[in-house]
Each structure stands twice: as C-alpha cells, then as structure tokens.
Design a binder for this molecule. Structure first.
Ligand SMILES: [Zn+2]
Length: 164
C-alpha cells in the first residue's frame, strides 16, 4: 500500500487528513473505524512525506484554486471543452509542483542512482521564468529521474485536487 492509497481509504471513510508540522491531523464527522486509523498509523511517515511534498509551500486550497482558475481560463477564454481544460490545467500544476518541490543532488552524486562515479551532468528543470533548479545526473539516469519526479508530482496533485 502506498501513502496515497492510505489517504484515499481514509477519505472514503469520511476522514480528512491534513498535516500540522510532523503530525497528522484527522478530521471526521463520525468516529473513524479502527482499521482505518491503523492503516494511517502504519503509513504515517510516508503520508507525512507525501503531504509535505504535496504542499510544496502552498496550502492545499491554493492548489485547488490555482487549478480551478486555470481550468476556467482554458475553458472560457481558450474555448476548450471542460475536460480538456482540466487536463491542461493539471499539466500546468504539475510543472508548478515540480518548481516548488525542488531537489538538490547531494554533493557530487547522481540524484537518481546516488553514485558519484561516471560522467555527471547538470540538468536544469522547472519553469525557466522562475528560478530553475539544477541537479546532477548521469545521462542514462536523467530520463528515469524526470519520469519519477513527474509521477510523484502527478500522484500528489491527484490527491490534492481529487481528480482521477
Ligand atoms: Zn545515475
């Protein structure tokens, strides 16, 4: 089970999971089932990581607002059907998420495989309009690294935005 699965199970049980520092805060209208609490407890560290990454300095509401605003613009000003407008807005949010969740390579090591041997190159990523970030990667690791980051961004945003 991934942290995302655990949060989804909690949400299906009517529990809202948010983060306060290093603690998970649960809000529910009715007493949550014990097995759901146990699932959350077992996956706590991963959930905290995910929510922290998902926030990326923005509050969850900010992400939803940003997404709605962009989807609205694409729909009404861009003339796209709602579904396509949402896909476009989602892609924009993925880019922003990657920007706001920048990572650094540990000194002299590949950000993907962690090894320092071989030829490492600097890769910049993120939206160049803002401060872009740089990581060190092997050429052969760069594709997998970018893909992994993108998947993480999409997983986090799907949770935040409740899209599927
Ligand atoms: Zn590597």
């Amino acid at each position: 089970m991934t942290a995302a699965d655990a949060i989804r199970i909690a949400e299906n049980a009517g529990i809202q999971v948010t983060l306060d520092g290093d603690s998970l805060v649960l809000a529910a209208a009715v007493k949550p089932p014990a097995e759901v609490i146990e699932i959350l407890a077992l996956n706590k560290a991963a959930i905290v990581d995910l929510l922290r990454g998902a926030n990326g300095g923005f509050a969850i509401e900010d992400w939803r607002e940003l997404f709605d605003e962009r989807a609205g613009i694409a729909e009404f000003e861009g003339g796209l059907p709602r579904e396509q407008a949402e896909v476009q807005a989602f892609c924009h949010c993925v880019e922003d998420w990657l920007d706001s969740n920048s990572v650094r390579s540990s000194a002299g090591c590949c950000a993907f495989c962690g090894r320092s041997q071989g030829q490492l190159r600097e890769y910049s990523y993120g939206n160049s309009a803002r401060a872009s970030s740089e990581v060190l990667l092997h050429h052969e690791c760069s594709r997998a690294w970018h893909q992994q980051r993108e998947e993480k961004a999409m997983e986090a945003l799907k949770l935040l935005l409740h899209t599927h």
